[in-house]
Design a binder for this molecule. Structure first.
Ligand SMILES: *Cc1c(COP(=O)(O)O)cnc(C)c1O
Length: 400
């Protein structure tokens, strides 16, 4: 048996993985155009003649990419969720059903507007919201479901749409990790009523910060645009505020970076897809490692993360991770169950006046003992890197 790096053996990987973000001349060129145009923000600013503002261009391209009719740019992916809920007419005191295996923003964005997150457990073999856990949680206060395409894996939109339609609920897609992903050929973010995306530094399409809301519904688009523009309406007066809104606008600089980054998106997606497939092959049959199930209706996976599970009978999760990390591979422990997060429980209590505890046994067990992931930049590395990642995982798995 090979000596593990934790015991003084040679690490499986000694060179860095692909750098993130990737930048080039096009970013410089587009940023320079914004700088020299005089139009720096999403509203106001005197553009020089012949300058075509970047934000509307970016919104158009982004909507096209996800097969949506409309897109609204916004300061970040967290605010995008709050705005999508507001645009769909969800009110303070209403309930929204969310999965517990996600970034905290999925729930905190609801709480920011006094909307109460209710946790539906996840599926054992996909880590996505389990549609069959939703109906028992529906009350007269339930107004929406947020499907999270975690890791860039589309959730079961067919079943979620059925449930949402049956109960008259808005269906919002938190697609922060899923730019480019599709379900049965339809871009995520354009399948439910509204979709939300993040352009934060770690995400597959990166402007440092930023977010996008997508929809095919003209009223929802207008509502979302209005909430992001201090309650103004498209083509209305500057001091005409028709509803409650804030200034959630992105800058032209960010739109320039997104447009530039978009020129590499397809190539980067293919690279991640190819490397994920290779990693699937290399890890298939490794004792103690369990690949997740991929629904055949997923036509494109965004691979923001490469998630898999450990057999709890093989090793303690922390011990496995520590040993893989020593091999030069930054395997991560992943999320902590959101239904148990203190700030979520406390903020829910602040709005409702009562402490609410939701049990999500599948999520809690998988977080504690099984679920792990690798980040997207690892999948942007070369074939040698992927082989070394697989070697590290095999080496540690065999050591038990
Ligand atoms: C990143 C992320 C968000 C929040 O996006 P920000 O741009 O960081 O505010 C929301 N939901 C999920 C699932 C995310 O991964």
């Amino acid at each position: 048996m090979e000596k593990l790096a934790v015991n003084g053996g040679t690490p499986a990987r000694t060179t860095p993985f692909a750098a993130w973000p990737v930048v080039g001349e096009i970013e410089l060129q587009l940023l320079k155009e914004v700088l020299e145009s005089g139009k720096w923000g999403g509203a106001g600013g005197a553009a020089k003649p012949n300058y075509e503002p970047k934000l509307p261009q970016m919104e158009r391209k982004f909507a096209e990419l996800q097969n949506a009719q409309y897109a609204v740019s916004v300061v970040n992916g967290t605010v995008a969720i709050t705005v999508a809920l507001q645009a769909a007419g969800v009110k303070p005191g209403d309930e929204v059903i969310v999965p517990p295996y996600t970034f905290i923003a999925t729930a905190s964005a609801a709480l920011a507007y006094g909307i109460i997150p209710v946790f539906a457990d996840i599926e054992e073999d996909t880590l996505l919201i389990d549609p069959e856990k939703i109906e028992p949680l529906i009350t007269p206060k339930t107004k929406a479901i947020i499907a999270v395409h975690i890791a860039g894996t589309p959730a079961n939109m067919t079943r979620l749409k059925e449930i949402a339609a049956k109960h008259g609920l808005a269906l919002i897609e938190d697609a922060a990790q899923a730019v480019g992903a599709s379900w049965e050929g339809q871009g995520v973010g354009s399948i439910g009523d509204l979709g939300t995306f993040s352009l934060q530094s770690s995400k597959n399409l990166n402007a440092g910060e930023g977010g996008i809301i997508t929809t095919n519904n003209r009223d929802y688009w207008e509502n979302a645009w209005s909430v992001c523009n201090v309650g103004r309406i498209p083509n209305g007066g500057w001091y005409q505020h028709e509803r409650f809104g804030q200034n959630y606008r992105m800058t032209e600089f960010q739109a320039a970076v997104v447009l530039a980054q978009m020129t590499r998106l397809e190539e980067q997606m293919r690279k991640r897809e190819g490397n994920a497939k290779l990693l699937d092959e290399l890890l298939t049959g490794v004792e103690g490692i369990r690949l997740l199930k991929q629904d055949a209706r997923i036509t494109r996976h965004a691979y923001h993360l490469y998630m898999f599970k450990l057999d709890p009978a093989m090793a303690e999760k922390d011990d496995f991770i520590k040993k893989v990390n020593a091999e030069g591979v930054p395997l991560a422990a992943g999320y902590i169950p959101l239904n148990r997060n203190k700030s979520i429980i406390e903020t829910t209590a602040m709005w409702t006046g009562e402490e609410r505890i939701y049990d999500c046994p599948v999520c809690e067990r998988l977080c504690e003992k099984e679920a792990v992931w690798l980040t997207q930049n690892i999948l942007l590395s070369d074939e040698q890197a992927i082989r070394e990642v697989a070697h590290a995982l095999q080496k540690v798995a065999r050591s038990y």
